[in-house]
Design a binder for this molecule. Structure first.
Ligand SMILES: Nc1nc2c(c(=O)[nH]1)N[C@H]1C(S)=C(S)[C@@H](COP(=O)(O)OP(=O)(O)OC[C@H]3O[C@@H](n4cnc5c(=O)[nH]c(N)nc54)[C@H](O)[C@@H]3O)O[C@H]1N2
Ligand SMILES: Nc1nc2c(c(=O)[nH]1)N[C@H]1C(S)=C(S)[C@@H](COP(=O)(O)OP(=O)(O)OC[C@H]3O[C@@H](n4cnc5c(=O)[nH]c(N)nc54)[C@H](O)[C@@H]3O)O[C@H]1N2
Ligand SMILES: [Mo]
Length: 809
């Protein structure tokens, strides 16, 4: 999230798209409802009549997987009707930047598509700006046909209301209402907030879905202001924290790009290739070198590249979730450690994934319960005598049974304390990893291949007299410290690239520094004070980076430093006093250190920061057109989901050409376009009564009782046509599997008329499996193994099924 939950109350209009905030992020919905109480308009864009949709003024249904058409159409409407925020767009976005005249988008394919060894990729040279020496060429009149604004205008011109509604199935009058209502936020004193979730991300175009939202928000001047923002509902309590700590194969902690063997031979080369010359990321060497110091301590010196050679290097192959299972199927992976995840239920194509796991020599599961994954060898239909995988189940302590930090979707890092002792032999994950590492190190002391990194890694978390390792020591290392004194650093501004500082994760730097008033580390403080009345609460928890609550906040004021909305001033240049007045940590250079030591910093006047208000971006501007960072195009373009009843109406290109797919093998099964066998468009969702794969909630007696049966939402029309009543069993089948569940016949899903054709939608939770107090079929037996090329997230939310009545047994 660029903003944060309590900030929702500052919005004048909220667009909830692909998120069921009321069920899945109820504390977020609370603040959206505060905005509603104050007169804000709420819009839901969702195929289903979700609980969130029922709380909104307008609910636009759409066919799953058509959000780019939906949002590009809104962008088109805003440009056509001249509703964009001109002063903001001109100053803070790249609208006026001139692009290479060779750029084009033709029939859904962008310029530069190349094929090498059967693999597609984009050569992005035509997606770049025109340069004059070091300067980007611009046309502030926005008339040049190659300027970003004109290119965007042409790109979205195909997305007129009629075409959009033919694709999405949204009734035209509802669509028009959404456009009007949301575009009203493009005024100086109005704020529009987008809340999005898994309905946006879980598609073969998930990242471009999110991009279209960014463009919408930039055009309306909704970034960096209170009540604005692009706000991903990040999901389970610490998914943001795990992403920050790099639970992803292509990052080191703190979003430092992974080290690839082929292009980063040594530290100098990594830093040369990966460090932009301008923007905040130009500090990258400080972040990486401090990270190496945190990991290898005094062994890491300038002379030995701070032990860069000891880090594992990525081989450039796809190492994300779906590919791992494909490698298991190909017998290329022998051992698998699963910590706090239930892939046998939660991942896509579980029939095939469970089958692939049978090829493992060993499997280690760290969990609270004996989950389906740990018991995959005894799942219904499997023959345990034929499965040779050795399974180890290590009982883990739950969050209430141990201490540690959690980071919420609004980037607030908060400390949690242990409430009760773990049951039985259960241990904290830190204890398990700590002891695993120490045991492995002992083995390496006897010899082994390349022992140096293991033998020399800083690992001093033992706490004398206690069984549990010292988690405060871990926290201090993540925060960063001065090497000479071991003193905890106040924040990442103090990080150096000469080995004098160590820091495990630069974005979190400062979270462990003491709050002088609360006398506890920043992430532990709970000072409930909001001096500005805008929900900032600067001394409540720690918001990364640098305790900044709203990102890009320079954009809340005009170039001269006057707040766009005088009623909700965020950043304000007080010309008389010659300084910035602000309730938040500025996301720009607001002061400069004084030349004489000890003197107060000197305020920097607004004009200086106005030229690079988006400080994290190399060119300092919000990108309507993404010159880099995306593998599938600089602008969002509608492609159909990989399983779809329809041909693409926008171009000849049916699907995202860059998507992650498996061309052969057990993960390659897909229904054909317009399949008569599988006519219904299916989505899977999260529900309030269960938690994700259901491992925890199906083991909780009260929740298992409240929601005891796997179900599918079908429309009354569909129920009638297949002769099924509410509560009766149906079989839902896809190209990958079939499951039996109870029919929930109601108005949650109703058929949409898509390009003149009545199209049934169905929706299922994915929270059941064969273990626990209530058991039931897993929706993921049906889902495809196709993914977004940037995030590699599976297309869980648009696939084809057929539904028929189950025979009574
Ligand atoms: N009680 C409870 N709370 C939870 C969870 C839980 O399992 N149970 N899980 C947590 C986690 S990890 C996460 S990630 C979040 C998930 O929370 P959400 O992001 O809200 O996820 P979903 O319920 O999967 O989907 C959200 C909405 O997207 C809609 N949708 C589906 N396809 C499309 C589409 O193509 N376009 C649009 N516009 N909408 C679409 C669905 O109908 C649904 O209403 O919740 C978190 N909170
Ligand atoms: N079809 C479909 N599939 C989906 C989704 C969807 O919308 N549709 N949503 C996806 C999303 S957003 C998510 S986040 C995933 C979630 O998928 P999973 O992460 O596989 O699901 P969970 O049930 O949350 O599994 C977490 C496991 O961790 C255990 N656990 C809890 N606390 C601890 C702890 O402190 N330590 C340890 N070691 N274990 C612990 C729990 O008992 C549980 O078994 O599912 C994804 N799968
Ligand atoms: Mo999630």
């Amino acid at each position: 999230m660029t903003n944060h939950f309590t900030d929702y109350r500052n919005a004048d209009v909220i667009l909830i798209i692909g998120s069921n905030t009321a069920e899945n992020h109820p504390m977020g919905m609370k603040w959206a409802m505060k905005a509603k109480e104050k007169g804000a308009k709420l819009i839901a864009v969702d195929p289903r009549a979700s609980k969130s949709a029922s709380m909104c003024h307008v609910h636009a249904r759409l066919r799953p997987g058509t959000d780019i058409a939906f949002v590009n159409g809104m962008i088109h409407y805003i440009i056509e009707n001249d509703l964009w925020f001109k002063e903001y767009v001109l100053n803070y976005t790249n609208a006026s930047f001139l692009l290479n005249p060779g750029y084009k988008c033709d029939e859904g394919i962008f310029s530069g598509l190349t094929e090498t060894d059967g693999k597609l990729s984009y050569d992005t040279s035509t997606w770049q700006y025109q340069m004059e020496g070091e300067e980007i060429k611009k046309d502030p009149t926005l008339q040049d046909p190659n300027c970003v604004f004109q290119v965007l205008k042409r790109h979205v011109s195909r997305y007129d209301i009629k075409t959009v509604c033919q694709i999405t199935g949204t009734p035209e009058d509802t669509y028009r209402k959404v456009c009007e209502m949301y575009a009203a936020s493009g005024k100086r004193d109005k704020a529009g907030c987008v809340i999005y979730g898994m309905g946006i991300t879980m598609h073969s175009v998930g990242t471009q879905n999110a991009r279209s939202i960014c463009i919408l928000q930039l055009l309306l001047g909704n970034m960096g202001i209170p009540g604005g923002g692009v706000n991903a509902q990040r999901g389970e309590q610490n998914v943001q924290g795990s992403t920050d700590m790099a639970m992803l194969n292509h990052y080191l902690p703190g979003y430092l790009g992974m080290i690839y063997a082929a292009k980063h031979k040594n530290l100098a080369q990594y830093l040369e290739v990966e460090t932009p010359k301008t923007g905040y990321w130009s500090n990258k060497p400080k972040f990486l070198i401090s990270q190496l110091k945190a990991w290898f301590g005094e062994k890491a010196t300038k002379e030995n590249d701070f032990c860069y050679d000891w880090l594992p290097k990525h081989d450039g192959k796809n190492r994300s979730y779906m590919s791992l299972f494909n490698y298991m199927d190909e017998k290329k992976i022998k051992g698998f450690i699963v910590a706090g995840q239930n892939p046998s239920v939660g991942g896509p194509s579980t029939v095939q994934a469970n089958q692939a796991m049978e090829n493992l020599d060993w499997l280690v599961v760290l969990d609270i319960f004996e989950i389906e994954t740990a018991a995959f060898w005894q799942r219904p239909g499997a023959d345990p005598s034929k499965i040779k995988t050795e399974v180890f189940l290590l009982p883990a302590a739950m969050s209430f049974e141990k201490e540690g930090s959690l980071t919420n979707a609004g980037r607030w890092v908060q400390w949690r304390y242990k409430a009760v002792n773990p049951l039985g032999e259960a241990k904290s994950d830190l204890w398990i990893v700590h002891n695993l590492f120490k045991t492995i190190r002992k083995e390496y002391e006897k010899g082994g291949k390349f022992p140096e990194p293991i033998l020399n890694m800083v690992w001093d978390y033992d706490k004398p007299g206690e069984e549990e390792p010292d988690i405060h020591k871990v926290a201090a290392e993540i925060n960063g410290y001065e090497v000479a004194t071991q003193k905890v650093l106040p924040g990442f501004a103090k990080l150096a690239d000469d080995g004098s500082t160590a820091c495990g994760n630069w974005v979190l730097s400062g979270y462990w520094a003491e709050d002088p008033e609360a006398k506890v580390p920043a992430c532990q403080r709970r000072i409930n004070r909001d001096p500005s009345g805008l929900g900032v609460f600067p001394q409540y928890a720690f918001s990364w980076p640098a305790n900044r609550r709203i990102a890009y906040n320079r954009c809340s004021a005009d170039p001269a430093g006057n707040p766009w909305n005088p009623n909700k001033p965020y950043m304000r240049w007080d010309a008389a006093a010659g300084k910035w007045i602000t309730p938040d940590v500025p996301d720009f250079k607001a002061t400069e250190p004084a030349p004489e030591p000890g003197a107060d910093p000197i305020p920097v006047p607004p004009e200086k920061s106005a030229v690079d208000a988006f400080i994290m971006s190399e060119d300092g501007h919000g990108r309507l057109f993404a010159v880099k960072g995306l593998s599938d195009g600089p602008l969002p373009e509608h492609y159909e989901p990989f399983e779809s009843p329809f041909r693409n109406l926008i171009s000849k290109q049916q699907n995202n050409p860059m998507a992650l797919t498996f061309k052969s093998g057990i993960f390659s099964n897909l229904a054909e376009i317009g399949s008569e066998k599988y006519p219904c468009v299916a989505i899977t969702v999260h529900v309030v009564e269960h938690y994700q794969s259901g491992a925890t909630t199906r083991n909780c007696p009260s929740l298992a009782e409240i929601s005891a049966h796997m179900f599918v939402n079908i429309s009354p029309d569909l129920a009638q046509s297949i002769g099924v009543k509410n509560g009766e069993d149906v079989i839902v089948e896809s190209a990958r599997g079939q499951i039996t569940c109870k029919a929930a016949v109601n108005g949650v899903c109703i058929p949409l008329t898509v390009n003149g054709k009545k199209t049934e939608m169905i929706s299922m939770p994915y929270s059941w499996g064969f273990k626990g107090l209530t058991t039931g079929a897993s929706a993921n037996d049906l889902t495809p193994s196709v993914g977004d090329p940037n995030s590699n997230i599976p297309e869980y939310k648009a696939f084809l099924c057929n539904v028929r009545k189950a025979k009574k047994s």
